[in-house]
Design a protein around this ligand. Structure first.
Ligand SMILES: *[C@@H]1O[C@H](CO)[C@@H](O)[C@H](O)[C@H]1NC(C)=O
Ligand SMILES: *[C@@H]1O[C@H](CO)[C@@H](O)[C@H](O)[C@H]1NC(C)=O
Ligand SMILES: *[C@@H]1O[C@H](CO)[C@@H](O)[C@H](O)[C@H]1NC(C)=O
Length: 348
């Protein structure tokens, strides 16, 4: 072996002196680099390869040697870009990036109503870290909502100090007799201002009007204020239909008034009726009066089955329709055959 080595070094000397078999400066590809500016290398010279900034070496060997044939030894030495960690999502904002290798960029944006503190972009550095930490998206602040005169504002959640954040909502309420004109809902907007506050204005309704056959809880002939109420009732035997009270509305009108509905009489001469669970002859039904919306039944005959049945009918404001199946017995029938009336025979 020693002999062979000596032989080799003898050859080397020869080639150097004859300017044969020298290696020329290797053409480095990709992101590999080497130091120095030397253009020719003698056989036996070792050259250390390295990666450009931001790149990491993979496989090897890292050294190449100039052989006696004037070519460099082979190597699989390779440089790949360094990778920065995957960025984390940010709250109330978004991030955009295509890659996380050296020199990649992340762009950050904040959602509407949020302002950015920090840098809107980060670059993956040669060290494998991002140039800046992720920014924060801070909600826009509006301060207190304007409060209308004679009104108040109710936030949808507790407000600390004198700042309110984007997205906070509130409702406005006017103190009666003031009524609200404008938008009842308020919101801290993306521009850092509150939506327009409504106005609280005095509202009055004209003196309340009596209802026919009824009376009111007041005799005052004054104007009434927003939200003031008046109760109604009916003289007997009239029955109230509709709301028991009206209220002065914010448009200066009264809410719907009730009305008084009249009673009915049962227009049959002979026969039994069923009223409030009691079965009685019509002449015993004194006074012959059914109140509005009350139900009374008369009896009809099922001729095929030879049985009787009660048919209900309702009093509607003075009108009580006698069911068509009802057959009024004649005076004679009623006196002689009262046992065979539909109300007296077996019930279906
Ligand atoms: C980041 O923003 C820059 C400048 O607006 C743009 O050129 C680049 O394409 C953006 N990159 C990504 C990944 O969105
Ligand atoms: C909030 O209150 C503090 C202390 O009263 C005051 O210095 C500051 O100017 C107020 N900020 C706003 C936005 O009203
Ligand atoms: C108030 O009532 C009057 C009479 O019924 C009606 O003409 C008017 O439209 C009402 N006003 C409003 C604001 O609804």
């Amino acid at each position: 072996m020693e002999r062979l080595f000596l032989l080799c070094s003898g050859l080397l000397v020869t080639t150097v002196t004859s300017q044969h078999n020298v290696c020329s400066r290797p053409e480095l590809q990709g992101n590999i680099e080497m130091t120095g500016i030397q253009r020719f290398f003698s056989p036996g010279v070792e050259l250390a390869l390295s990666c450009k900034q931001g790149y990491t070496p993979v496989s090897g060997p890292r050294k190449i040697v100039c052989t006696m044939n004037g070519v460099w030894t082979n190597t699989k030495f390779n440089c790949i870009p360094k990778r920065c960690p995957h960025p984390e999502l940010i709250t109330n904002g978004e991030l955009f990036y295509e890659n996380t290798v050296y020199q990649s960029t992340i762009n950050y944006t904040c959602h509407e109503g949020y302002t950015m503190t920090g840098s809107s972009s980060a670059v993956c550095q040669a060290s494998g870290t991002w140039s800046t930490p992720a920014p924060e998206c801070i909600p826009v602040s509006c301060g207190h909502a304007p409060v209308p005169v004679y009104g108040m504002v109710i936030y949808n959640k507790a407000v600390r100090g004198n700042t309110t954040n984007f997205g906070l909502t509130a409702i406005y309420v006017c103190n009666p007799p003031y009524a609200l004109f404008g938008n009842q809902l308020a919101e801290c907007t993306a521009s850092g201002t509150w939506t327009k506050a409504p106005e609280c204005r005095v509202v009055t309704c004209p003196p309340p009007q009596d209802i026919e056959r009824g009376y009111m809880s007041t005799n005052e002939k004054r104007e009434f204020f927003y939200k003031e109420k008046v109760k109604y009732d009916c003289q007997s035997p009239y029955v109230l239909e509709g709301p028991m009270e009206t209220v002065c509305l914010e448009n200066g009108n009264w809410s719907e008034k009730p009305s008084c509905k009249g009673p009915c009489s049962v227009e049959i001469k002979r026969g039994r009726i069923l009223h409030k669970g009691k079965k009685m002859w019509i002449q015993d039904f004194q006074p012959n009066r059914v109140l509005h919306q009350e139900i009374v039944s008369v009896y009809c005959m099922n001729k095929a089955m030879k049985c009787g049945y009660a048919v209900p009918t309702q009093c509607i404001d003075g009108t009580l329709k006698i069911p068509e199946c009802f057959e009024e017995p004649s005076g004679i029938e009623f006196t002689l055959k009262s046992n065979s009336l539909p109300s007296e025979i077996e019930q279906c």
